[in-house]
Design a binder for this molecule. Structure first.
Ligand code: NAD
Length: 290
């Protein structure tokens, strides 16, 4: 059984990205710039945003951090997005979700210029991905495909079962795995699926993005299957200084006993999400310099 090391893959891709950044600076005098907007102080969001900004600087990119109070009116946030859309030093715009309830997430995402939508969340990017046009692939799903390839598996012809149908993970993962380039046969499972284990036991690849610890257990797997665990769940743990630990959606021990390969949480999908964000930001800067 192989533990798929997302940190190692992320480190090698980030070194490649940093090289690309240097080349762009030298050849075109362009420094890729990412604007990261955080509204409010949700602790999980603060830690995600801090990690993204740090990764950005480490790759040699310019990071513009905009932190706004939780009661920021939607109109002010929209005006800020438009300002960043027009700023030539900003190649990528990321609005950390979730937003406070009084702000319409859809309105904000729709306001981001598609050529700066490095999260790949705007309807224009999603549509382009679905029809195979040039776009920014959404970061977590793109990272998941890279992780499966890195594990040494040839995805073509395999049966992949995706658990979860969110717009940011489940649906785009299913779309990417079924593209001609990857060529998997995909089954998309969700809360309306009857007998989840019936499907997962047929899978060569299981991607679990349900947001619930223990969604996938070893008895639900075919021996030798590859498991990509996207979930991030906080479990109370008084023995830890923070009082909790992070676990995925798969029960690691029972799945590892049956699987051929599995991603850990933390250290699997998480580092890849940020890496693919840097990848898209570099690509956005390259396109602007063409
Ligand atoms: P979501 O809550 O929007 O969607 C979860 C989906 O899972 C839903 O479509 C639901 O139908 C399905 N689901 C839930 N329980 C199920 C069950 N028992 N059987 C079948 N389907 C079930 O969540 P999301 O935004 O897609 O995120 C999923 C998880 O991935 C969360 O834990 C989130 O924190 C994590 N996540 C991690 C990263 C990362 O970079 N590591 C990025 C995004 C999300």
């Amino acid at each position: 059984m192989k533990v798929i090391d997302g940190k190692a893959l992320a480190a090698s891709l980030r070194a490649e990205i940093a090289k690309g950044v240097e080349e762009l600076k030298t050849a075109k005098s362009v420094t890729p710039g990412l604007a990261v907007i955080l509204v409010g102080d949700n602790p999980a969001s603060v830690s995600y945003v801090t990690a993204k900004e740090k990764a950005c600087r480490e790759a040699g990119m310019a990071s513009r951090e905009v932190r706004l109070p939780a009661d920021t009116p939607e109109a002010d946030l929209l005006a800020l997005v438009r300002e960043l859309n027009a700023d030539p030093a900003v190649h990528g715009i990321l609005v950390q979700l979730p937003l406070p309830k009084h702000i319409g997430e859809k309105n904000v995402i729709d306001a981001i210029a598609p050529e700066k939508d490095v999260d790949g969340f705007t309807p224009v990017n999603v549509g382009r991905m679905m029809i195979g046009e040039e776009c920014f692939l959404p970061c977590t799903p793109h990272g998941i495909v890279k992780l499966i390839e890195f594990s040494g598996m040839d995805i073509a012809g395999k049966h992949a079962v995706v658990i979860g149908r969110s717009n940011i993970v489940g649906k785009p993962v299913a779309a990417l795995l079924s593209r001609k380039e990857t060529n998997a046969t995909v089954t998309l499972c969700h809360t309306g699926t009857r007998d989840l284990a019936h499907f997962t036991r047929q899978a060569d690849i299981v991607v679990v993005a349900a947001g619930r610890a223990g969604t996938l257990t070893g008895d639900m797997l075919k021996p030798g299957a590859t498991v990509i665990d996207v979930g991030v769940n906080r479990i109370e743990d008084p023995s830890r200084p923070r009082g909790y630990r992070l676990v995925g959606d798969a029960d690691f021990d029972s799945c590892a006993a049956v699987a051929g390969a599995i991603t850990p949480v933390p250290g699997g999908v998480g580092p890849m999400t940020i890496t693919m964000l840097l990848w898209n930001t570099l690509e956005a800067a390259r396109r602007s310099a063409r």
